[in-house]
Design a protein around this ligand. Structure first.
Ligand code: CA
Length: 423
């Protein structure tokens, strides 16, 4: 597991002055990776590092040779550390690289961001125990959590083809819904469209088929973290989910933030993995001292909504909810990697593992409308007089994430937005 080093020094400043404002998600202590091109140009995607309101074109600096993020992500931990140190040094105030690298900068405002890498496989987990409990209560009041929940990280294989980058606009899904008062299902647009507040873990180095990744090695295979919105059609889900789990309720769109914040950047923002003594303790393959000590992530998360009416009136988004990852997740990212491969399954560079909906312990900290509105029974009032049980056409939903700690410079994950269009 990465420890802090000189690249995390809170005293570091960049010659890219917008990185030093204290308000930017991308100070020199962050250095997240993404893919970009000039807005409207047909040029190939380039690998960039966000710094303040700029993007550093990494290949132009001479630090990397590949133009393929999926190849870059297969670097060993040592190579990743070396690259991060070189980027940090070159961007530091006073660096002799400034004159050369100034030409490698491009304003984010003039850039089009793509998905950070090619995503081959997408697996969505269910680590949010408060989410699992609240949702379970809606369906099974006497047994909200299934007996396996505290033993095995629950997950399913999702759909990669419909994953889009922040700014994704997608049509409300249609599908089968079974109304309570009829015997037969009907087909039509979902009326219970929801979001799910999640983190997306991006796999760097893969493993060979049949060769599980141990918990000790798990983080070496994790390249970094993004924000992920797992849009969910609750009415489709309720009808189709038994016995094999989610299918069409989830496969129409999933939206990812463009910047991958590396595990190295997150080193100052790790937290203890706590397992209450009354709960089953993880089986040995999911257990390690390092995972206990610093396996969890101290990332604050927020959800913002702007309706079409608010947009038309020039009103800014309103915050629906907020929570902290460390309090929400029952399993750590390392445990997800290890569990995913214990069968011998091979992960590949660019695979995406979703955390599952992250909800805090309090009612107002829920990471989905299903929970916030108690299954649609308690609509949320918005400042302009509108209300929401579920998402409506024209709604734009934005997830944000950031890390703050005493004595460290705040870093952000940026944001992921998506807009619902009519079916
Ligand atoms: Ca999910």
């Amino acid at each position: 597991m990465t420890s802090t080093n000189e690249t995390h020094d809170p005293k570091l400043r960049s010659w890219v002055t917008s990185a030093n404002s204290g308000a930017s998600d991308f100070p020199i202590q962050n250095l997240p990776f993404g893919r970009f091109r000039r807005t409207g140009s047909p040029e190939d995607l380039r690998i960039g590092v966000a710094i303040g309101d700029q993007i550093l074109d990494l290949r132009s600096t001479g630090l990397i040779e590949t133009a393929d993020m999926n190849i870059l992500m297969t670097m060993s931990l040592k190579e990743r550390h070396r690259l991060r140190a070189a980027i940090s040094e070159g961007l530091r105030a006073g660096s002799d690289r400034q004159a050369a690298w100034a030409n490698a900068l491009q304003p984010q405002s003039q850039s089009e961001l793509a998905l950070p890498c090619r995503i081959g496989g997408y697996t969505d987990f269910y680590t949010g125990i408060h989410h699992a409990t609240s949702v379970g209560k809606l369906f099974r009041p006497d047994q909200p959590l299934m007996p396996n929940y505290k033993w095995v990280p629950i997950g399913y294989h999702g759909r990669a083809s419909s994953i889009g980058v922040s700014g994704q606009r997608f049509k409300r899904p249609q599908g089968q819904v079974k109304p309570l008062d009829t015997d037969k299902p009907v087909v039509g647009p979902s009326r219970r469209l929801d979001y799910e507040l999640e983190l997306g873990f991006i796999i760097g180095r893969g493993n060979a088929l049949g060769e599980p990744i141990t918990i000790a090695d798990a983080e070496e295979h994790l390249f970094g973290v993004t924000l992920l919105n797992d849009w969910s059609a609750r009415d489709l889900q309720a009808w189709e989910y038994q016995p094999l789990g989610p299918f069409l309720a989830k496969n129409f769109a999933t939206t990812l933030s463009p910047w991958v914040v590396t595990m190295e950047a997150l080193a100052p923002f790790r937290a203890k993995f706590d397992r209450s003594p009354g709960d089953p303790q993880p089986l040995p393959y999911l257990e390690s001292g390092a995972n206990r000590e610093r396996g969890a992530l101290d990332i604050a998360l927020e959800v913002w909504l702007q309706t079409a009416k608010m947009h038309a009136a020039g009103e800014t988004a309103v915050r629906l909810t907020h929570c902290n990852t460390a309090q929400a997740a029952y399993w750590t990212a390392a445990q997800l990697v290890t569990h995913h491969t214990v069968s011998g399954c091979n992960l590949q560079p660019g695979d995406l593992l979703g955390s599952g909906t992250l909800s805090g312990p309090a009612q107002g900290e829920a990471g989905s409308l299903l929970e916030l509105t108690l299954g649609g029974k308690q609509p949320i009032g918005l400042p302009n007089g509108e209300s929401r049980s579920y998402l409506e056409d024209g709604d734009t939903l934005t997830l944000r994430g950031y890390c703050e700690r005493q004595g460290m410079v705040r870093i952000g994950l940026g944001e992921v937005s998506g807009t619902v269009l009519a079916a």
